[in-house]
Design a binder for this molecule. Structure first.
Ligand code: FAD
Length: 266
């Protein structure tokens, strides 16, 4: 299978650098084809601006979404953007690897999303009407592909547990896993998270690699997170609220996961 690994760390001799090397080797020795986007190594341009298009739609005002659509539809995108979109289309699975910085991804990776996820490619796809609000959240250009976050965090696992001060890890990663990965169609696998990075020594590193190896070996067989698709009946459209007869009265991020309990209710 084809696997794209997007790596966002400024230092190759870091824990993230070592885990990236391990992952590439493991995947290749299992027979997969791997492409690496090492964002710092590529000196990836992280900001969206008018240089992202070779032919402007308007020279009076730079409207990010309209310029993005114009460039995507007419072949006017800068080459670095097109190359990354081609890698995404090539991939059967994409791994996003990064250290948790301020409860999110490093800016360089966010900038990769902002620029590569063009209008017409990752958003603005499909019919937009009062009965079908675009091909997104389970449908879209990247449907049929798998994605997984590979994240390192200085905090302890308990800090990200069900009652941890940071909130549960899957709640914290929801904007990335649901908003960035599920939105354009990816099936999203549970994240691989290394906690308490400061206490890593050689023996712990070996254990982390064992666990990571198992996750990589099951990249194409593990169950994805059961996010509810937008257009399969669970949501009222165009309000985009969960139907009132599903998990009645409940709120919060977890209602967007389908489960045994609510299936019985339907
Ligand atoms: P490194 O610093 O490279 O290494 C970590 C440890 O692993 C070191 O002890 C090192 O000796 C050891 N190590 C490295 N490579 C190996 C190897 N091959 N074998 C054995 N041991 C090895 N954390 C949070 O939890 N939440 C946050 O919101 C958050 N925000 C942050 C914001 C910023 C700006 C920064 C700088 C850090 C933040 N952190 C946060 C901590 C951050 O997540 C960790 O520092 C990061 O994940 C560690 O990954 P690294 O690759 O940089 O590790």
């Amino acid at each position: 299978m084809n696997i794209l690994l997007i790596h966002a760390h400024p230092e190759s001799r870091s824990l993230n650098g070592a885990l990236k090397d391990f992952a590439v080797q493991r995947l290749q020795s299992a027979g997969h084809h791997v492409q690496l986007s090492d964002l710092y190594g590529m000196q990836w341009k992280a900001i969206v601006d008018a240089a992202d298009t070779t032919q402007r739609l308007s020279t009076t005002r730079f409207d990010v979404a309209m310029e993005s659509r114009h460039a995507f539809e007419n072949g006017f995108q800068s080459e670095d953007i097109t190359r990354e979109q081609e890698k995404l289309l090539w991939a059967d699975a994409v791994i996003f690897q990064f250290p948790l910085w301020w409860y999110s991804m490093p800016a360089i990776l966010k900038g990769w999303i902002d620029r590569v996820y063009a209008f017409g490619f990752a958003y603005g796809v499909g019919e937009h009407s009062v009965t079908h609000w675009g091909d997104r959240f389970g449908e879209g250009t990247l449907a049929g592909k798998r994605a997984m976050l590979m994240v390192t965090a200085g905090g302890w696992e308990s800090h990200y547990g069900p009652r941890g001060i940071n909130g549960p890890i899957n709640d914290m990663l929801y904007p990335i896993q649901h908003g960035i990965l599920f939105y354009p169609g990816f099936d999203v696998l549970p994240p691989f998270v290394v906690y308490r990075t400061g206490s890593t020594d050689e023996s712990r590193f070996a254990r982390i690699c064992d666990e990571l190896g198992q996750r990589l070996d099951t990249l194409f067989s593990a169950d994805p997170i059961a996010f509810r698709p937008q257009n399969k009946g669970d949501y009222d459209i165009p309000a985009l609220t969960l139907r009132s007869d599903i998990l009645p009265g409940q709120t919060g991020l977890s209602i967007h996961l389908s489960g045994r309990n609510d299936r019985n209710l339907k």
